[in-house]
Design a protein around this ligand. Structure first.
Ligand SMILES: Cc1cc2nc3c(=O)[nH]c(=O)nc-3n(C[C@H](O)[C@H](O)[C@H](O)COP(=O)(O)OP(=O)(O)OC[C@H]3O[C@@H](n4cnc5c(N)ncnc54)[C@H](O)[C@@H]3O)c2cc1C
Length: 233
């Protein structure tokens, strides 16, 4: 997520430790909205439950992951989601099943209908602990090798267009290392923008515009942002 420089006009609610509960019941796991998604993935693996290996490198909370339908390595939240308790803008507490969530690529109903995920229930499967841990280690290793995990970034900037990779297109356009203000297209992974220290959100947005224009001119492809941008510019 990238918050524009003028911030958000309104109240921002951050769920605290009271929403970090975690309960396993056979192949079902119930997790609080503010529980770390990475922690959930690791603890599920330790229980010998498979299905959440993809989440091992996705920073953020369970609530954020549900909102974004976060995913990686060919899987995403929608594949394991059973239900979520959500406090709607009206104050009403509802329980939404998968069919209510309108999950799509990095999208859920919560983009249109505001609400706070206080708890989510996921359906996993019993698997082999060693196998789960090996898969998670290989995903982690791949991320370490390919992504600028030591820098401040917002994750992947653009979606992969059909049949191609955003990073490949950006690199082929000669934009790796290109900088506006304090924001730089990562030398390690061209679909990441690094804050080199004093970047403003405007610097990042200007870089994104530059990438879009360049790829549109060179390849005729309209790049679609993956990073979620909110707030006032
Ligand atoms: C290095 C790096 C790697 C990443 N890799 C991936 C990846 O592989 N796959 C992927 O999908 N994403 C990836 N991301 C992006 C990010 O980690 C995910 O989008 C994550 O799910 C965001 O969770 P968050 O709790 O940080 O939410 P935020 O980024 O803080 O918020 C995102 C949106 O979710 C909403 N939200 C947050 N909590 C709740 C809640 N409890 N209830 C309702 N709405 C809520 C916020 O209001 C906001 O609109 C990566 C990011 C980084 C920095």
């Amino acid at each position: 997520m990238l918050v524009a420089d003028k911030g958000i006009r309104g109240a921002v609610i951050k769920l605290g430790q009271g929403f970090e509960e975690l309960a396993f019941d056979g192949e079902t796991v119930t997790a609080g909205g503010s529980l770390s998604f990475v922690k959930l993935s690791v603890l599920a693996g330790k229980q010998g439950l498979t299905g959440l290996e993809f989440a091992g490198g996705i920073p953020g909370s369970v609530g954020g992951a549900v909102y974004m339908n976060a995913g990686a390595h060919g899987s995403d939240v929608s594949r394991i989601f059973k239900s979520a308790d959500i406090v709607l803008e009206t104050g009403e507490l509802v329980t939404y099943a998968a069919k209510d969530m309108a999950f799509d690529y990095r999208h859920s109903i919560l983009h249109e209908q505001k609400g706070i995920v206080t708890e989510a229930v996921f359906g996993l499967q019993y698997g082999d602990r060693k196998e789960i841990s090996a898969v998670m280690a290989s995903y982690k290793d791949r991320r370490r090798r390919t992504q600028p995990l030591q820098s401040a970034t917002a994750g992947s900037v653009f979606r992969n267009p059909p049949g191609d990779h955003a990073a490949r297109l950006i690199e082929a356009a000669g934009l790796k290392g290109f900088r506006i203000g304090g924001a730089e297209i990562s030398l390690q992974h061209a679909n990441f923008i690094e804050n080199t220290g004093q970047a403003t959100a405007e610097d990042v947005l200007a870089l994104m515009e530059r990438i879009k224009e360049t790829i549109s001119e060179k390849n005729g492809i309209q790049m679609v942002p993956e990073v979620y941008v909110l707030g006032e510019r």
